[in-house]
Write a protein that binds this ligand. Structure first.
Ligand SMILES: [Zn+2]
Length: 183
């Protein structure tokens, strides 16, 4: 029977098939070989993992989300354990990033004490009577600063507006004029 020459592609496929067959009939040995290979080529393994993660990013994120949803208690317990084990690292990070976290709140509180606070309870109620200045809702109303605390705005009648919780969070550290696009 005349043999036809195989193309490179076919040859590759053939040897891969043969390899898969061998793996199936020698599972123990195959595991050992692949373990040895990974130990000898840690760089290659990292590369493969990285490539896989990049190509299956959304899939992995979705899987993680699912796992977290289904194992909430476990995840929380692990989180606590991890925190306990890395407490110093966390605290160091907080020191390095004063713009985040409790320290920032403490700073804000200190600032508030130094800023004028002249808003009377009556003025406060009057402000709230009109509902949220941005969206008009009357739920979860807060007295918000026009010029924020972080930029020196006090709790005075002319520096406060009424916003709902959501609009207030959205406003962040902007002034009213900045939100409205006036400056
Ligand atoms: Zn609102």
């Amino acid at each position: 029977m005349p043999r036809t020459r195989l193309t490179d592609e076919e040859q590759k496929r053939k040897s891969l098939e043969r390899y898969h067959k061998w793996v199936q009939s020698h599972p123990e040995r195959a595991r050992e070989v692949s373990r040895n290979y990974r130990q000898r080529h840690p760089e290659k393994r990292k590369e493969t993992t990285k490539k896989y993660r990049e190509e299956h990013r959304d899939e992995i994120l979705e899987k993680n989300r699912q796992y977290k949803d289904e194992n909430r208690e476990k995840v929380r317990a692990y989180g606590r354990l991890y925190y306990e084990m890395n407490k110093e690292k966390y605290q160091q990070w907080q020191d390095d990033h004063p713009e985040y976290g409790r320290r920032q709140c403490q700073k804000r509180r200190r600032m508030i004490h130094q800023l004028p606070y002249t808003l009377t309870p009556i003025q406060r109620e009057q402000k709230k009577a009109g509902g949220c200045m941005f969206c008009g809702t009357r739920e979860k109303l807060e007295v918000a600063h026009d010029i924020p605390v972080s930029r020196g705005g006090g709790m005075t009648d002319d520096n406060t507006i009424c916003l709902c919780q959501r609009c207030n969070r959205k406003m962040g550290t902007k002034t009213l004029a900045e939100v409205l696009g006036l400056s």
